[in-house]
Structure formats: C-alpha cells, structure tokens
Write a protein of this length. Structure first.
Length: 280
C-alpha cells in the first residue's frame, strides 16, 4: 500500500519538486480542457503554452500527447512515431500527457494518464500501477541492479496480464537520470529535446561509462549495476489490448546507509498517488 511520507528535503530537492508539481498542475489543467475532436498536436500545444505562460523557457523534451491505441504505442517502430499527430480525441478514449519542463534550472519529466469519460480498462491499469511504484522503491532500497529491477517489473506485468510498453521507448528505458540545467536566455532544441539537457545526459553517459554505470535504466547490460545516487525520472508503462497507462515521477537515490533515506519518491502528493489513496 502506498503511504505518504513527510520528510525534510534540501533546497535543491525542493526546486525539483516545485517544477514537478508545476508540470502535474499543467497536466490536470490541460486534461480538464480536453474535448472530443481535440488533436494530439493541439493537446501538446496546450501544455506548452500553459507552461510558457508560467515562465518555462527550456525543456528536457517538448510535450507529448497520445490518444487511443497510441497510449499503448501500438505499431510504434521508429522514434518519429512518438511525436504528436492529428489523431482526434473521442468519448471514452484514453490519453496520456507527457512533458519535461526545465524551470529555474530544475528539470521534471512527468506522465499523466486519463480518459475522456469513463474507461474501465485504463482505470484498472492505473490501479495496478501502484504495485509497480512499490516494487521499484523496495528493490532500489535493496540495491538490486537496475537491470534486475527492470526484469522484476516485467515479471509483475506478466502476472497482471499486461504488456510492457516502456520497452518501446528508445533503448527500452523505464527511467533516466535528470539533473540541474544551466539557464540560458536562448534555449535551442534538437528533435524536440533541449540541447542543454541532452548535453547533461551525454556527460553523465561518458562519466558513467568510465565508472561502470549508465544514466539510462534499461534491460540491457549497460544497466547491470546498482542504482546510482541522483534523481531518476521513472515511468513504468502498461499496455492492454490497445490501451496504455503510466505515471512518471522523480525517484531520489542517495548513498545513505538508512534504507528509508537511501531511496524515496520526491513527492507523494501527486495525482496518481492521491487517486490510489481515494480508492482505498
């Protein structure tokens, strides 16, 4: 069972929590404005405009929106298929909003799942994601390798009767590291990703390669190491017969010997966590 934990966190972590909450606030505001006929591109633009109006000028990646069977990445084979399309939202259709703003030098990367009206399949997927959040935290605290934890998430999905859809992401990642980004007046982008954030990820990749770790949490051998201290944007993504659901939020990993402080979710006051508490 997910339980909220109140802890004192550093000013640095409060900065990351602030931008993560801002992103989720954006997701809830945009979700409330979605209507039949809205396209993925329009939903992505709504996210971008909402955040820009509140001071966001840079991005880890630009906002995404997926509707219908695209929430389960059906027939996704190349990276360009992740970008928003002219797919229109219909009553009862599931959707996922995904955005990664940089604000005041802090980065968030979040995923918000919902539907336009009732969708019992996605409701079940969301309810079953709670077990994945608990499993990931528990096994990170046990210092299992990232690759092993990934495989355990896979096995849990199979037991639940679902397909692993984060495997469709580049490198099959379930998570990646996030860091501070130096603010610049002009923030260039490359294929929808902020160049400053990409530089940081590349620097981590080079540094990690020398020390035997990777900033990408994947099923591959380069993730066969214990969790590296830092901040990880984690996104288990379930699929079932053309419907997908996920959450994405920051997991804090430290080098503390105290298990409770060695890893913890940055914030327990998030839409999916509140939803699970209300369902109890």
């Amino acid at each position: 069972m997910t339980t909220a934990v109140t802890r004192e966190i550093s000013a640095e972590l409060r900065g990351f929590r602030r931008v993560q909450r801002l992103a989720y606030e954006c997701a809830e505001a945009v979700a409330a404005r979605l209507r039949p006929g809205v396209t993925e591109r329009e939903a992505a633009r709504m996210q971008r405009e909402w955040l820009s109006e509140r001071g966001v000028r840079d991005w880890f990646h630009m906002p995404f929106a997926w509707f219908g069977d695209r929430t389960a990445f059906v027939d996704f084979h190349v990276p360009l298929q992740f970008f928003p399309t002219q797919r229109r939202l219909e009553p009862g259709m599931p959707f996922i909003l995904d955005m990664a703003p940089v604000f005041e030098g802090y980065t968030a990367d979040i995923g918000y799942s919902g539907s336009l009206g009732p969708n019992l399949v996605q409701d079940k997927l969301m309810a079953d994601l709670e077990a994945h959040r608990e499993l990931i935290l528990r096994e990170v605290r046990e210092r299992r390798s990232l690759r092993e934890i990934y495989e355990d998430v896979d096995r849990l999905m199979v037991r639940q009767g679902y397909a692993n859809r984060h495997r469709a992401y580049p490198f099959g990642v379930i998570a990646h590291k996030v860091d501070r980004v130096r603010e610049r007046r002009f923030a260039p982008r490359l294929f929808g990703f902020g160049t400053q954030s990409l530089k940081g990820l590349l620097s981590d990749a080079v540094h990690g390669h020398r020390e035997g770790w990777s900033p990408l949490w994947s099923p591959h051998r380069f993730s066969d190491h214990p969790p590296q201290p830092g901040l990880w944007a984690v996104e288990p993504h379930l699929g079932f017969r053309g419907t997908g659901a996920k959450f994405e939020e920051i997991l804090v990993v430290t080098d503390s010997a105290d298990p409770a402080e060695s890893a913890f979710w940055l914030d327990d006051d998030l839409p999916h966590v509140r939803r699970w508490a209300e369902d109890k």
